[in-house]
Design a protein around this ligand. Structure first.
Ligand code: DGL
Length: 275
């Protein structure tokens, strides 16, 4: 177990396989306006969803170490796929708080009127031990339909949030769930909230759409408060960005999904076998 000193003025480190985790970062910023935030978009390695778990785990450790070297006081895995592949191993190795994703199945089951919930996620997430365990905990006996969504992460990474190809792909995944009676959709991948307007347009006004970003932000707040690690300053927190893709291209998409005028730096390359 690696022991790292933590203090309240340190930043919170957040990462994802790409820009998906910005949907979580936005909720963290809303819940914790005074905190400094570090964000790594591992877009050069996206999508994680079609990679072996061992590679995702190696990337997770390497990125967490990068954030810890920049004095992160907590690590947020803003990626369902990396959560399934690596959250357990990361928690066993470092003694900072590690906050990770969990598809919003429980809230969705509280919302549904038809009793049918549809979960959109990557194949890796749906096959993960975490997901199977989550289903066992909350969905035993419930009608929860799962839909892997290959290709959606790549479309979001390309900034194609509302073109015809994206609309067709989203419809291919969403319409069969609606035809089977789902009235509540769970966005089980942090890239998908960037497609929420399109998904809502295809699904129509009677379909509820849930994701876990706000719940994760509340959990970050709770963990930091428990540990006495909330920032004590009054001023607005900063945000810094790194990408493993080409920074100039990434800056355009991050500006669109987060805020204009951000600087995006190059993530250094890590050794192939990170550990
Ligand atoms: N945002 C990631 C997630 O929540 C996408 C995974 C991928 O890159 O395939 O699962």
């Amino acid at each position: 177990m690696q022991t790292i000193p933590a203090s309240c003025e340190r930043p919170i480190g957040v990462f994802d396989s790409g820009v998906g985790g910005l949907s979580v970062l936005a909720e963290i910023r809303r819940a914790l306006p005074c905190e400094d935030l570090l964000y790594v978009a591992d877009s050069g390695f996206a999508p994680y969803g079609d990679k072996p778990a061992a590679i995702i785990e190696a990337r997770t450790h390497a990125i967490a170490d990068f954030l810890i070297a920049r004095r992160a006081k907590a690590i947020v895995i803003a990626c369902n796929t990396a959560t399934g592949a690596a959250a357990r191993a990361l928690r066993a190795r470092i003694d900072l708080p590690v906050i990770a994703m969990e598809p919003a199945i429980k809230p969705a089951l509280a919302l549904t009127r038809t009793g049918v919930v549809g979960v959109l996620a990557t194949s890796q997430t749906l096959a993960s031990h975490n997901f199977v365990e989550l289903m066992g905990r909350f969905a035993a006996g419930a009608n929860v339909l799962v839909q892997p969504c290959p290709g959606l992460v790549e479309l979001v990474e390309a900034g194609r949030l509302d073109d015809e190809a994206t609309r067709a792909r989203v419809a291919d995944y969403v319409v069969p769930l609606l035809e089977r009676g789902a009235d509540t959709l769970v966005l089980g991948c942090t890239h998908y909230p960037h497609l929420r307007p399109l998904i809502a347009d295809i699904a129509g006004p009677d379909i509820a759409i849930t994701d876990s970003g706000a719940a994760v932000a509340r959990q970050v707040h709770r963990r930091l408060a428990e540990l006495g690690l909330l920032a004590s300053r009054r001023g607005g927190g900063t945000a810094r960005f790194w990408t493993s893709a080409e920074p100039a291209a990434a800056a355009g998409l991050i500006a669109r999904l987060w805020a204009h005028g951000v600087t995006v730096s190059q993530l250094p390359s890590f050794p192939a076998a990170a550990r």
